[in-house]
Design a protein around this ligand. Structure first.
Ligand SMILES: *Cc1c(COP(=O)(O)O)cnc(C)c1O
Length: 223
């Protein structure tokens, strides 16, 4: 089975300290179960509706990572069960996550998302904004949340040196932020096309989709 082989191929080369999140967006429950039956438990999804539907159907010991852009008004749907929210890009969103965490009786584990790529994007803190947010969190955390690390995506380019530079800068920033907020442990970066470079830079959480499940059908994605 291709999924089992792909998963094994990647996992066999990873240090034990690195968590692999299998990104299953647009993929079927059957595809997820194939990875699950190999012992894999960490899966990543981008869309709230899709995540909720899959979580209802699939085994309860799956650790669901929300890796997409999260709208404040949808936090409540995933708060009761989500394992880690990767894409927190504002203090406003973090506070809403905290509110829903308190309601659900859970401390919501979160990563702050940085915008490190050359491409324009509406999402993610700049380095400056993130430093301010981390400083604020070091002074007083947001109840109902625990910010455990940082997440980013490198530029979608062929130039390996460019990607390497972006990951190296991101990792250096992470180490600096750790001196301000020692609870930061997770550095989430690296996707199918660039994860060896992310590992080199010190990533300890990869988010890999197409190299495990195959290419996604274009147009099958929905928000
Ligand atoms: C889709 C996605 C991934 C996985 O991308 P692949 O190129 O399929 O490995 C990783 N991170 C985020 C935020 C994504 O949206």
């Amino acid at each position: 089975m291709a999924i089992a082989e792909n998963l094994k191929h990647i996992k066999d080369r990873l240090p034990a300290t690195v968590t692999l999140v299998a990104v299953s967006k647009t993929k079927t429950a059957e595809a997820i179960m194939e990875a699950y039956n190999c012992g894999h438990r960490d899966f990543g999804e981008n869309y709230v509706q899709e995540l909720v539907a899959k979580a209802e159907r699939l085994p309860k010991d799956i650790r669901w990572h929300f890796i997409g852009h999260l709208q404040s008004n949808k936090v409540k749907f995933i708060a009761p069960f989500v394992h880690l929210i990767h894409g927190v890009d504002s203090m406003k969103l973090l506070k809403e996550i905290g509110k829903q965490g308190l309601k659900a009786g859970r401390n919501m584990a979160c990563l702050l998302q940085l915008h490190i790529a050359r491409e324009e994007s509406k999402f993610g803190f700049s380095y400056e904004e993130c430093r301010e947010a981390i400083t604020e969190l070091a002074n007083s955390g947001v109840q109902g949340t625990g910010v455990l690390g940082l997440m980013a995506m490198a530029s979608n380019v062929e130039d390996k040196d460019q990607i390497r530079r972006e990951f190296m800068e991101f990792a250096a920033f992470f180490r600096e932020m750790k001196t301000i907020l020692p609870q930061l442990q997770i550095l989430s970066c690296g996707m199918s096309q660039d994860y060896p470079l992310a590992l080199e830079a010190g990533s300890n959480m990869l988010r890999i989709g197409s190299s495990i499940f195959g290419e996604r059908q274009y147009g099958a994605e929905n928000g």
